[in-house]
Design a protein around this ligand. Sequence first.
Ligand SMILES: C[S@@+](CC[C@H](N)C(=O)[O-])C[C@H]1O[C@@H](n2cnc3c(N)ncnc32)[C@H](O)[C@@H]1O
Length: 219
Amino acid sequence: MPNALRDDVYRRPLATALDRLGIGPGWRCVDVGAGAGDVSVALAEIVGKEGRVYAVDSDPRARDEVAAAAATFTQVLAITQAAEDLLLPEQVDLAFCRFLLMHVVEPGLVLNRMCRAVRPGGYLVAQEPITSAGRVNGAPMSMPRARHPDVGAMLPSLVQETGATIVDAWAEAPAGAGPGVVADYLSSLTGVDPRHDPVVLPPLVTVVGRVPEPTRAGG
Ligand SMILES: C[S@@+](CC[C@H](N)C(=O)[O-])C[C@H]1O[C@@H](n2cnc3c(N)ncnc32)[C@H](O)[C@@H]1O
């Protein structure tokens, strides 16, 4: 799996989302469907030793990969757990997922579990692609192995249906022509070198949601 390349080509949407949240030292986060832990490490760097990052993935192999990637970050705790059964020892300030909902059976169910893991006033952030909006030499891309390759297109509604308020939402697509990370990433995904063909990778839709605080009765 081209984790490092993925992280490189999609680093800007991640940086923009984290910047938008105002995340800082001491935050408690969960990275759901953490894979090799690239996002978990990025979060750990920001939250520091006083913070906590739960790196959750259903694949037990991810635990070892996260352990290796986050060896120097004691604040990262890798957990083998299905997102559908998400259960953490504490409520978090931020529940995050990237390229996860496209693979699960019921994206809405997973977002609901993530929302329940967040403290009132905390954030729910999802970054998912619209695969068919990607183009190689003008032709639409596809990803037959994914259950919901275009789930990014539904993301604003899916987040809203959890009860979270949308703070911000946008789409961003890395693009290029000729040698470079965009071509390398596409080759690693499809096995086909685009050579000098123009490539627009699938736009990644980011939705930043805020979990409502309980309203005070009788104020
Ligand atoms: C494409 S990778 C994305 C990894 C990482 N989020 C990133 O952006 O680099 C998808 C990850 O989701 C995990 N995954 C798939 N279905 C899951 C589920 N139901 N619960 C938890 N993790 C799941 C896979 O094992 C895999 O590690």
